[in-house]
Unconditional design. Structure first.
Length: 543
């Protein structure tokens, strides 16, 4: 049941939908005499800098309200508003004491706003009002004492926003602090904490502060692609059992990578398979983070619904279809995802479609804000194979938009035989160098154990040991890694994948896919499983 704030949010939805549609003519004007800077001490009532964050809590709400400056868009600041009922991403431009609304995304993409739309005006006397396409505003109060869990504030301004039905909301700001109260009375949201972020980076002004970079020395997240073994049955029950086995062995990160054309089989109709449903349920039950990859490009091919598969990447229609797919993902994914990638091993496709790289960058730029509004706790990325690490400059138009670097890594020769585990350290160094000042997430990491690939189960176990040693060594640079697979894949799945990746007659490729598991096909452990269980459990205890 919604408490009394629900009515206020319902009014806000009406107000914001008017703004995003931009249906009303420009009415912006101000009334009342401006308050001099001297009378206000020159205070800044909405300090906007990338990384600034305000968290407010109400005694009748479990979830906080968060206002966070996540980036820049030209001369505007991108400000995400998270609360228990809706989410919106504003674009605000400062004009002296006025805050102008220049863009708004409520999950439908960024909507243009009429020029000179005043959202808040801190330069007016008490009682002064203004009008704009988003409704009227009024300085309801100045200088009142406001007590919050974060402290007591006296140099305050309360702004009343009034929708077309005459319903009001109240926003209270403190000089040089920002938003300290939303609403009035005992149920109001009050500032509980705030964070001051660093200045915007000249290199990537739209990049939000890296939540992963402030890990405080915590161990990297450890994922395990929990494939059921052949004796565990089938369907969702088998997947849940495999997830529980991986969790008990020390897994701290869930991994899911739905292909777009399997998630959206017909236009506008979305459905996740049993494995994906199980991931969402498990994340909710055990409060585990998710690393999500929506595979719109999958290694060497597009994996898009047929209705869109021939559209150019920079076609706005395609961007809107990707946004729709992101919004259609379940709430459990949106709550628990910490990493969201769009595209899997994309260099496999773009190595032969180089003329499409700029168009893909345009698509990523268009959908990135939707990723951030729909998945408020996640960092945005695009995934590459390890082979792209030495050629990453080719993809700078894409990687400049991401919050962290993402690679898949298997130490393979060209014929799918395995390179020795001793080469792992050098390869990780190459990925870290390619990542620059961003943290690294290894979306997939694995080592096949087939003899025909010049490998063995003991070499696989050695590889696992070296992976964990490097994760500990680079814990400040590596956000996490997901091992593939928990169990060796059934032969039927291997044959199907061979056809999908257009290598149906490659015995080495099939042997590689077939023996990546840390458990054998019947569920009995290889030596690598004992390494994983020991090392992952130790890392989990150290988080």
């Amino acid at each position: 049941m919604l408490h009394s704030h629900g009515r206020w949010f319902a009014r806000l939805i009406v107000l914001l939908s008017i703004a995003s549609a931009a249906l009303l003519p420009m009415l912006s004007c101000t009334a009342g005499a401006s308050v001099s800077a001297a009378s206000q001490g020159g205070g800044n009532y909405l300090p906007l800098a990338v990384g600034n964050r305000w968290e407010l809590r109400s005694r009748n709400a479990q979830e906080p309200m968060v206002l966070e400056v996540t980036g820049r868009s030209g001369d505007a600041f991108v400000v995400r508003w998270i609360n228990p009922f809706i989410q919106a991403t504003f674009r605000f431009r400062l004009d002296g004491a006025r805050v102008l609304l220049v863009g708004l995304d409520m999950g439908q993409g960024n909507a243009p706003i009429p020029s000179n739309t005043v959202y808040w005006d801190f330069g007016l006397n008490q009682g002064a009002r203004w009008k704009s396409p988003v409704g009227d505003g009024e300085i309801a109060d100045r200088g009142s004492r406001v007590v919050t869990p974060s402290g007591e504030y006296r140099d305050t301004i309360e702004v009343r926003t009034i929708d077309k039905d005459g319903q009001s909301m109240y926003w209270t700001f403190a000089s040089d602090v920002g938003l300290i109260r939303w609403g009035r009375g005992r149920d109001a949201y009050l500032l509980s904490s705030r964070r001051t972020g660093p200045p915007v980076s000249d290199r990537d002004p739209a990049r939000p502060p890296s939540r992963a970079s402030s890990s405080g020395g915590r161990s990297p997240l450890i994922g395990m692609d929990a494939t059921p073994h052949e004796n565990s049955g089938a369907g969702k029950r088998a997947k849940l059992a495999a997830l529980r086995q991986a969790y008990d062995a020390g897994m701290t990160l869930l991994h899911i990578a739905p292909k777009w054309n399997e998630f959206e089989r017909s236009q506008g109709q979305f459905d996740l398979n049993d494995d994906a449903d199980a991931i969402g349920e498990f994340a909710e039950e055990f409060d585990l983070p998710i690393a999500l990859n929506l595979r719109i490009v999958d290694t060497n091919q597009r994996s898009m619904p047929k209705a869109y598969e021939r559209w150019s990447f920079d076609d706005e229609r395609l961007a809107e279809r990707v946004r729709t797919a992101l919004r259609a993902l379940p709430r459990s994914y949106k709550r628990h995802s910490r990493i969201v990638a769009i595209g899997n091993e994309i260099d496999g496709y773009f190595s032969s479609h180089r003329n499409e790289i700029a168009a893909y960058a345009s698509l990523m730029r268009r959908v990135r804000d939707t990723v951030r509004s729909e998945f408020p706790n996640a960092q945005f990325t695009v995934n590459f194979t390890f082979s792209a690490a030495d050629d990453i400059d080719r993809y700078r138009e894409i990687t400049s938009l991401t919050d962290l670097a993402s690679f898949t890594y298997y130490p393979l020769n060209g014929d799918f035989t395995m390179r020795p585990p001793s080469e792992l350290a050098g390869d990780v160094s190459r990925m870290l160098e390619s990542a620059g000042d961003k943290r690294l997430y290894i979306q997939e990491i694995g080592f096949a154990s087939a003899k025909r690939l010049r490998s063995s189960e003991s070499l696989q176990a050695e590889f696992y040991s070296k992976v964990f040693a490097l994760l500990r060594e680079h814990r400040d640079r590596i956000a996490g890694a997901t091992f593939l697979f928990m169990s060796d894949l059934p032969r039927s799945v291997v044959d199907s994948l061979g056809t999908y990746y257009r290598l149906p007659n490659s015995d080495n490729f099939k042997a590689y896919l077939e023996t990546l598991g840390a458990l054998r096909r019947d569920g009995t452990p290889k030596p690598a499983w004992d390494v994983f269980r020991r090392e992952a459990t130790a890392m989990k205890a150290g988080r």
